[in-house]
Design a protein around this ligand. Structure first.
Ligand code: G3H
Length: 481
């Protein structure tokens, strides 16, 4: 059987065979642009997931036994096949999750680059050698060889907003290090993920080394997370789901990339044109549906009017519409997400925020809304909006920004805009976040930089090198000579 059953129906991958669910049940995927069905994927049962995990575990020792260079070559071929499918996969990302075609194709190209870099970086992993005599009572003749070995079976769970990139950024480091993979795509974005897997099959994936489990989270979610043959979990998605996974998965490593409430802190000496440009693209690209989006601006009173005016001018020029119209601001992934953003806007308005720019509200299509004079009692000051609304909080000085940020439940990234680098470094030292960007928007990447969140934003570190590290554990061999 092929990946495509017909125009709309897709199979999933089990032991390199494309299969449906035994019950014939499917889950439908709806386009954010027009709510039409873009695809249907198999709704697997727990028994089918169990079989997929068991097979992935069975073949793991063989995969680990292969030379690293062979695994690396597979990844290089995967990158090549993926690039050949850029148009097809880009088109599917565009339809499934409502990204513009150009953004969707860029995601595929970025993913091929990430896989290539992983294929190379994965060859540079090495253990260490420790002599015993550094500890009292032990002698030089006691030596430890610390090897790096894979965990076994990695469960990779990807989000809707980068259905290909944030799947491959888990799968590639898992595979290069000798782990086998159970891949669970987000429902919206699942077909794009399956097409990405098709490229891996074309590249020569050995049977069972990666299996894909699709279906209803309510049926298979907890089942797969708690499956005894899963040895490590890597997840990107919402904070509530990440926290749930961390609680359910006991005694195995869990890497989580979750939500954020990243601030842009703008000081008096900032280049305001640059700050405005970075804030608009940082906050509103893909309609703000990015964990790393700028989600609140803290600006000192002296330049607040000017900054707000500059941001407003840029926002007013953005095109709002369906992703098929190549708009800048496109419909949100679903109505529930849009309703949440609207509730934040309503709450802020009712509590006295100034509406600087009001976006249209047409079902799940929300135009960008700018809110000034946002105060601490407003939900939008703290809640992660994951959508096209941007609050401005006016502050007297940087100490207020530090204080506000340290009370943030999230800790992904922060941006500081200032010409005074010494000041930027001093503030950066005091922010409890994974990454501080100086004079640039918050964002992941380049993809080989470490990427992490603290507090409710995650646990563990990603970015190519660190993701590879997270897929390995120490195994110690002690020589007593
Ligand atoms: O949504 C979470 C992603 O890791 C954000 O990635 O900064 O490249 O858009 P990005």
């Amino acid at each position: 059987m092929a990946l495509r059953q017909d125009d709309k129906k897709f199979h999933t991958l089990l032991d390199n065979k494309w299969v449906g669910s035994k019950s014939g049940e499917t889950v439908k995927i709806y386009s954010p642009d027009n709510q039409e069905v873009t695809g249907e994927i198999p709704a697997l049962s727990q028994a089918e997931v169990d079989a997929a995990v068991a097979k992935t575990a069975d073949v793991q020792p063989n995969w680990e036994a292969l030379d690293g260079t062979e695994r690396s070559e597979l990844l290089h071929r995967w990158a090549q096949e993926l690039e050949k499918m850029t148009d097809e996969i880009g088109d599917m990302i565009h339809k499934e999750v409502g990204k513009t075609l150009s953004a969707a194709k860029s995601e595929v190209k970025r993913t091929a680059q990430l896989i290539r870099h992983t294929a190379e970086e994965g060859l540079r992993t090495h253990g260490s050698f420790i002599q015993g005599d550094a500890f009292p009572g032990a002698s030089k003749s006691t030596k430890a060889m610390v090897q790096k070995v894979p965990h076994g079976v990695v469960l990779a769970i990807a989000p809707f907003n980068y259905p290909v990139n944030l799947a491959a950024s888990k799968i590639a480091p898992a595979l290069i290090t000798g782990n086998t993979v159970v891949f669970k795509p987000a429902t919206q974005g699942a077909v794009s993920g399956l097409l990405m897997v098709e490229a891996l099959v074309k590249a020569g994936l050995p049977e069972g080394v990666l299996n894909v489990v699709t279906g209803r989270g309510s049926v298979i979610g907890d089942f797969v997370v708690t499956h005894p043959k899963i040895d490590m979990i890597t997840f990107t998605g919402g904070t509530a789901t990440g926290q749930h996974i961390a609680k359910k998965a006991s005694m195995i490593p869990v890497v989580l990339e979750l939500g954020g409430k990243d601030p842009a802190i703008v000081l008096q000496d900032a280049d305001l044109d640059k700050a405005a440009k970075e804030i608009v693209s940082g906050a509103l690209s893909y309609s703000g549906q990015r964990c790393t989006a700028i989600k609140r601006v803290m600006v000192v009173n002296e330049v607040a009017d000017e900054l707000v005016a500059k941001v407003k001018e840029r926002v007013a020029a953005l095109k709002v519409g369906p992703s098929s119209d190549d708009a800048d601001i496109t419909p949100m992934i679903d109505q529930k997400s849009a309703d949440f953003v609207v509730s934040l806007i309503d709450d802020a308005k009712q509590k006295g925020a100034t509406v600087v720019h009001e976006g249209i509200q047409d079902q799940n299509l929300l135009g960008p809304t700018l809110l000034d004079n946002v105060t601490e009692d407003m939900e939008v000051a703290w809640e992660e909006q994951f959508g096209p609304v941007l609050p401005f909080i006016r502050i007297s000085n940087e100490l207020e920004a530090i204080d506000l940020e340290r009370r943030n439940a999230y800790g992904l990234q922060a941006s500081i805009f200032t010409k005074n680098l010494e000041n930027a470094f001093t503030i950066a030292d005091k922010l409890n976040v994974g990454t501080v960007q100086v004079n640039g928007k918050t964002s992941r990447g380049p993809d080989h930089f470490p990427f992490l969140g603290v507090k409710n934003s995650g646990q563990g570190v990603q970015g190519i090198g660190r993701s590879i590290d997270s897929m390995l554990r120490d195994k110690v061999l002690v020589l007593n000579l």
